[in-house]
Write a protein that binds this ligand. Structure first.
Ligand code: ADP
Ligand code: MG
Length: 698
């Protein structure tokens, strides 16, 4: 179904001259396509830097540390004496001075052929100064005049893997550029994008065969054009998904406000301005004929749950059902606990459905849901995975879930006739990433913190002062404080994490006896509940935990959190963990215990955390420190990453790509017009063809 004009791009790499099965293997590894890379993969493998060979200094003008391309007269060879490890030296000069060319393990015959005494040659390489005389060790190039004429002014330098050299890359890419150029393949129709930029193939050629260093840098016009194309492809895919999801439904849901009023009356606080604003936007979505696809972003403790509940109340007022899906069992129960008293005050019928509800209990809930006897169900993934039927589901809230791709969103939305979807994120996501991965969604942000929150005193403590930490904890316990002790993420393996947690547990028990509890991911659900419950009730006062407490757990009495090996956590995760405290009346403390030596980035992370408790700020900082793939865990979730676009350089293009994509889809929803057909090619090129399939499915 891929249009034929793309054949040259999608041809196997081995179709290129000079790439046989043997080279295909390292190329496959390099390009992340071990099963066989295509010409396109190679073309989208862009340089990491350039070598500028335009300088033509005289010998006297050679600058140490820089690349010089200089014409010299070859005077004499000084071969390595037998049995010595001294280098092979070639002495040369021009009118301005002498220089030396140095080679290790050189073959005399080859050297004399390459640098014949009495002749002139161009040599190009990085200049050094040795004993006051300029020298080049292993020149990159030794050329005669004819060779010099063919020397590219600027050479791209590519990331490599073992088994490949720059020469392999340059030759293969030159062949690929040629193969896909006008002579060998029909020219792609240009889908048009950044004004003033070259068309697609010309842009590729420019980046790979730069005339100027700027041509091969991300900020250059050619690279920007390609980045824009890639961003546009991504946004186009999202816009197509959005158009289809939003369009499929269209039942306006308007509440009476009666249940919401009762909930508000039962709340011990007033909503913040951001909560009000978010809620108004949600109600407008619900009330419109289009399906809602909205992202609710808020820092830890910013009060997303109440917003979700009030949104649910709106659809329940209109006689429909709502579901809230949490990522973990613990969190689902936590939600139930928070929501139950409020729901009761409003007369909303609530049920819990997780993997743990079994047998008769499960059947009872399922039939109540199917019969419409439950208004609001709270649960885990089990809610949507196990053929649970609803009488009339109108709103699905997905909590703390940002590892969510377009596919999953489609699956979720297909569960009900006209389900409106609200996704709540655990921690704020940087603006650029919201556009990248949630460009199909509208977004609300809870930037304002509920009143009365006390700042958390965050400190960095080296591991070798752990004794002091433990002594201080003893003191804190006598004051009646409660403490989370988060154990290090040792390795990928849960077992070793567990061992570390158990060891710390045993250790703390020696100091504090039965006041210490333990909770970890390997425990059975009921054991976890028991451990959490004991801590919540104050029966245990120090809770040693692996990161299972990370998301959402609410024990307002906990006012100290110790994070061991803090340097191993990501910034967002640390912020999330820290948010477990600072929920009650007492001023809270967060101790970031790190092991020396602390790397530069780890230190920057911990310092950022010490200086700020604004999740939106920290999210931007996190992106800056570790790059976007990592941040969203995109690799694990299979979200497509970027090959060409660099968000730190091309972030400004995202907004534009998004609005252009939406305009294009609004004008030509099936991409059937001339421009639309060109845009389909774009989707193929950047492997967003899932969206093309969506088009074809109608
Ligand atoms: P999030 O899910 O955004 O991390 P929660 O919804 O769990 O935050 O809310 C954190 C705490 O703040 C809860 O105890 C909640 O009752 C309380 N809360 C929510 N909104 C407000 C508000 N407007 N004023 C005061 N407290 C609030
Ligand atoms: Mg929450």
């Amino acid at each position: 179904m891929r249009p034929d004009v793309l054949n040259a791009y999608f041809a196997a790499l081995t179709d290129l001259p000079g790439i046989g099965p043997k080279l295909a293997r390292p190329f496959g590894r390099l390009l992340g396509k071990p099963e066989g890379a295509r010409v396109l993969d190679l073309l989208l493998h862009l340089p990491s830097s350039t070598l500028d060979r335009r300088a033509r200094p005289t010998v006297a003008e050679l600058v140490p540390g820089e690349i010089g391309t200089v014409r010299v007269h070859i005077d004499r060879h000084q071969p390595t004496p037998p049995g010595s490890r001294a280098p092979y030296r070639v002495y040369a000069h021009d009118d301005t001075g002498d220089m030396v060319l140095v080679f290790f393990a050189a073959d005399r015959g080859r050297m004399e052929h390459m640098l014949p005494v009495g002749e002139d040659r161009w040599v190009s390489g990085t200049v050094q100064l040795y004993d006051g005389i300029p020298q080049i060790v292993h020149p990159d190039r030794v050329l005669d005049d004819a060779g010099l004429a063919r020397l590219p002014p600027v050479e791209p330098v590519y990331p490599l893997v073992e088994g490949l050299g720059q020469g392999h890359l340059r030759r293969a890419i030159a062949a690929a550029v040629q193969r896909t150029g006008a002579e060998h393949a029909p020219l792609l129709p240009d889908w048009g994008s950044l004004p003033g930029g070259p068309e697609f193939h010309a842009a590729l050629a420019k980046v790979h065969q730069p005339q100027d260093t700027a041509d091969a840098t991300p900020a250059g016009t050619a690279w920007r054009r390609l980045a824009y194309d890639e961003l546009l492809a991504g946004q186009l895919a999202l816009a197509l998904v959005r158009a289809r999801t939003v369009r499929k439904t269209g039942r306006p849901v308007v509440g009476t406000g009666a249940l919401a009023a009762k909930i508000l009356a039962a709340l011990p606080f007033a909503l913040t301005g951001s909560q009000e604003t978010a809620l108004a936007a949600i109600r407008a979505d619900l009330g419109s004929g289009n399906r809602m696809l909205r992202l609710l972003q808020g820092d830890v403790g910013s009060g997303k749950t109440v917003v979700a509940l009030l949104a649910a109340a709106t659809v329940i007022e209109a006689g429909h059902q709502a579901a809230i899906m949490a990522p973990t069992e613990i969190l689902a129960r936590q939600h139930l606990k928070t929501i139950s008293p409020l729901a009761e005050a409003a007369g909303i019928r609530v049920a819990l459905l997780t993997g743990r509800e079994k047998g008769k209990a499960r059947e009872a809930i399922r039939s109540a849901l199917a019969a419409g006897d439950v208004d609001l169900v709270i649960g885990t993934h089990a809610l949507f995975q196990e053929g649970v039927g609803f009488a009339d589901l109108a709103l699905a809230v997905v909590d703390e879930q940002h590892r969510f791709g377009v596919h999953q969103r489609l699956a979720l939305a297909s569960k009900g006739e006209a389900v409106d979807v609200l996704v709540m994120t655990a921690t704020p996501i940087p603006r650029t990433l919201v556009l990248t991965y949630f460009g199909d969604m509208d977004s609300s942000e809870l930037r304002e913190k509920p009143k009365g929150r006390k700042p958390i005193d965050t400190r960095m403590v080296a591991m070798d002062r752990l004794d002091e930490v433990i002594a201080r904890l003893g003191h804190a316990l006598t004051e009646g404080r409660r403490v989370y002790w988060i154990c290090p993420l040792v390795e990928e393996s849960e077992t070793s994490d567990l061992a570390a947690a158990e060891e710390r547990f045993a250790d703390l028990k020696q100091h504090f006896g039965d006041a210490v509890g333990l909770v970890h991911g390997k425990m059975k659900g009921t054991e976890k509940d028991a451990a959490m419950g004991a801590f919540a009730r104050g029966e245990t006062r120090i809770l040693v935990a692996t990161t299972v407490v990370e998301v959402g757990v609410d024990v307002p009495e906990a006012s100290i959190i110790v994070i061991e090996h803090a340097e191993r956590f990501g910034l967002a995760q640390l912020h999330q963990l820290r948010g477990r405290v600072g929920r009650g009346d007492v001023a809270s403390i967060c101790l970031l215990v790190y092991r020396r030596p602390l790397g530069e980035i780890a230190r920057a992370r911990l310092e950022a955390l010490r200086e700020s408790d604004d999740g939106f700020y920290l999210a931007e900082k996190d992106l800056e420190l570790r790059g976007e793939g990592d941040l969203l865990g995109t690799r694990q979730s299979g979200l497509p990453g970027f090959r060409v676009a660099r968000l730190e350089v091309h972030g400004d293009l995202l907004e534009r790509a998004r609005s252009e994509a939406r305009t294009l889809v609004a004008a030509d929803p099936n991409l059937e017009g001339e421009r639309g057909r060109a845009l389909r090619l774009l989707l193929h090129i950047f492997e967003r063809d899932v969206a093309v399939r969506l088009l074809d499915a109608g």
